[in-house]
Design a protein around this ligand. Structure first.
Ligand SMILES: Nc1ncnc2c1ncn2[C@@H]1O[C@H](COP(=O)(O)OP(=O)(O)O)[C@@H](O)[C@H]1O
Ligand SMILES: [Mg+2]
Length: 259
């Protein structure tokens, strides 16, 4: 189920602007990898390149390779839609379809992918996905109520249910708790901890405590100045990054000194 991602010599562009340069890293399966670094250093850009969402932006492109268990996601003939099925994404702001029911929200990705499933299989999938996102007990009696009626934290778990319903191998999360209250944030962090048994998880977070709480490995990105490309500075076990980083830049960042 869970697969390894290998990034090789990755440069990422918005038209002529090189936003990220020279990323090389291997992301472990069944683990949580955190991307940290100052605003604008390219964390979201790298994340979106992993499931080929980056190129949805006009004139956005990448140079380099990203391998999923050895298969180049940017190889000739690879269908980006299929890549996004294998590599799901959860965004900063919960984005359920507000007027669609909770049930329909969970199934939205499955239906979009044209997988025809029977009513009873769909019921099973809805339950399994909602259980997987720790939401089932809170919504099982109102599956036909609109997704927009849930609290922010529940909506984010609904989006996670929707992402796991298509049975991806990788889950990418871009600051998934930054719009949530502290209790919902802890619920999401607990959930991430459980999900890593099955998935390769990459999470962008600007919250360093969160990175230490949820991740096994941490990648620190930095930017030398405006208009310069973001770079991967150091990538190691989370403990090492926060307790004994090798690079001075990393140490300055995690101890709150910049530049
Ligand atoms: N849609 C876009 N078009 C042009 N430039 C963008 C776009 N999105 C991000 N950028 C630029 O790419 C760089 C990296 O941004 P981003 O990946 O959002 O950083 P982070 O997530 O680390 O804050 C920044 O200079 C940002 O202004
Ligand atoms: Mg970002």
């Amino acid at each position: 189920m869970s697969k390894r991602i290998v990034i090789k010599d990755l440069d990422i562009y918005y038209d002529k602007f090189k936003a990220v340069e020279g990323v090389n890293m291997s992301i472990e399966p069944k683990a949580v990898t955190a991307f940290i670094g100052p605003s604008g250093c390219g964390k979201s850009t790298v994340l979106r390149s992993i499931n080929r969402m980056h190129e949805v932006i006009p004139k956005a492109w990448v140079d380099g390779q990203i391998l999923l268990d050895g298969d180049d996601l940017y190889g000739p003939g690879v269908d980006p839609v299929l890549v996004r099925r294998h590599i799901g994404m959860v965004f900063q702001r919960p984005n359920p379809f507000p007027t669609m029911s909770i049930r329909e929200n969970v199934l939205a990705g499955v239906t979009l992918n044209n997988r025809h499933i029977s009513r009873s299989d769909a019921d099973d999938l809805v339950e399994r996905s909602l259980r997987g996102a720790n939401l089932w007990n809170e919504v099982k009696d109102r599956l036909n109520a609109p997704g927009g009626g849930l609290s922010g934290g529940q909506q984010q778990r609904l989006c996670i249910s929707r992402a796991i319903a298509v049975e991806p191998e990788v889950l990418l999360m871009d600051e998934p708790a930054s719009a949530l209250d502290p209790i919902s944030t802890l619920a999401i962090e607990d959930l991430i901890h459980e999900l890593k048994q099955e998935y390769t998880i990459v999470i962008v977070t600007h919250n360093m405590q969160q990175a230490t709480r949820v991740s096994d490995r941490t990648a620190f990105f930095n930017i030398a100045g405006t208009g310069k490309p973001g770079k991967l500075i150091e990538y190691d076990d989370t403990r090492k990054i926060f307790e004994n980083p090798t690079q001075k830049e990393t140490e300055d960042y995690i101890s709150g000194r910049f530049g």
